[in-house]
Design a protein around this ligand. Structure first.
Ligand code: HSE
Length: 314
């Protein structure tokens, strides 16, 4: 069978860190995502043909673009000499904290893979998407790439070399996200973090991470809830998110199990027990952002959502 000459893939947004797993934990958000079309061209190399959607201007030089950089590496290793044009449809605003750069890189490699004479298994695409996302973030971390690519709740025990561990999401576990109209650059949000943390805080965070993971395996949402507290990163990033304290308080008052910054922010997520609680937390967070003078949109849904999918070119 000959490989198709064009393919389109969709990759979902994602919530990463999840309060207790900085650079380690994430899950998809089905409501938002990026779509990338990759088309074979005669001239070798990767060119960015167009960028449309909600993101505003993005680098048009392939090596500086998350989707382009990921494809350059994928094709360099598996189809040297092949040329492609890349069309990116951004459904995820730039600097929103829900994994937009990861989603573009993931959608690009899933679509690009479909053009290979011998497409790779999905696990093999992880390092390529990761290298694309690193262009935007300035660091290599797989907590957005892994859930966007594979779906479900995942632990990235190691990004390089890859060691991605799927975790079970308790049946009733739901997530609510508030996406404010603010922009926060991941590099800036990483730059505010201290280089070292007190050992007592590391011990607390480690206990909380273990509590969340154990709670997920046991289906014990009370344990998840009392563990879902970020003592390391959130205190340093909260001042970067306008209205964060009120948004978190509103989610907890609405009955959320826990609430923290999504990824590098400024989006905020809450984990909840059941659909009604997640809907209530979503509305409370959006209203609290509004009370702080920040327009926001919201989503609530399952934690174990689907990962990237090929839409054309299968
Ligand atoms: N884990 C990353 C961070 C996610 O919090 O900086 C942002 O891409």
């Amino acid at each position: 069978m000959t490989a198709p000459s064009r393919a389109t893939a969709f990759a979902p947004a994602s919530v990463s860190n999840l309060a207790v797993g900085f650079d380690l934990l994430g899950h998809p958000i089905g409501a938002w995502g990026d779509r990338v079309t990759v088309i074979r061209r005669d001239a070798p190399g990767v060119s960015i043909g167009e960028v449309t959607g909600v993101a505003g201007p993005l680098p048009m030089e392939a090596a500086a673009n998350t989707a382009g950089a990921a494809l350059l590496r994928l094709l360099g290793d598996h189809a040297p000499g092949v040329g492609v044009e890349v069309r990116i449809e951004k459904g995820i605003p730039l600097g929103s904290g829900i994994g937009g750069s990861a989603a573009s890189a993931v959608a690009a490699v899933v679509a690009g893979n479909a053009l290979l004479d011998a497409p790779l298994p999905v696990e093999a695409l992880f390092p390529y998407a990761l290298s694309g996302e690193a262009i935007a973030s300035g660091a290599v971390h797989g907590d957005n790439v892994a859930p966007s690519l594979f779906g479900g709740l995942v632990l990235v025990r190691s990004a390089e070399p890859p060691d991605v561990v799927p975790l079970p999401a308790p049946d009733a576990l739901r997530c609510a996200v508030a996406l404010p109209r603010l922009r926060l650059d991941t590099r800036e949000a990483r730059a505010v973090l201290p280089k070292a943390f007190p050992l007592r805080d590391i011990v607390r965070q480690t206990a909380n991470l273990a509590g969340v993971v154990a709670g997920c395996f046991r289906g014990d949402l009370a344990l998840v809830g009392r563990s879902l507290e970020d003592v390391l990163v959130e205190p340093h990033r909260a001042p970067l998110v306008a209205g964060f304290a009120g948004v978190k308080a509103a989610a907890l008052a609405a009955g959320a199990l826990g609430c923290s910054i999504s990824g590098a922010g400024p989006s905020v997520f809450a984990w909840c027990e059941g659909d009604a609680a997640a809907d209530a937390a979503r509305e409370a967070m959006v209203a609290a952002f509004a009370a702080a003078g920040v327009e926001a949109s919201g989503w609530s849904g399952p934690v174990a959502g689907a990962g990237a999918r090929l839409e054309e070119g299968a």
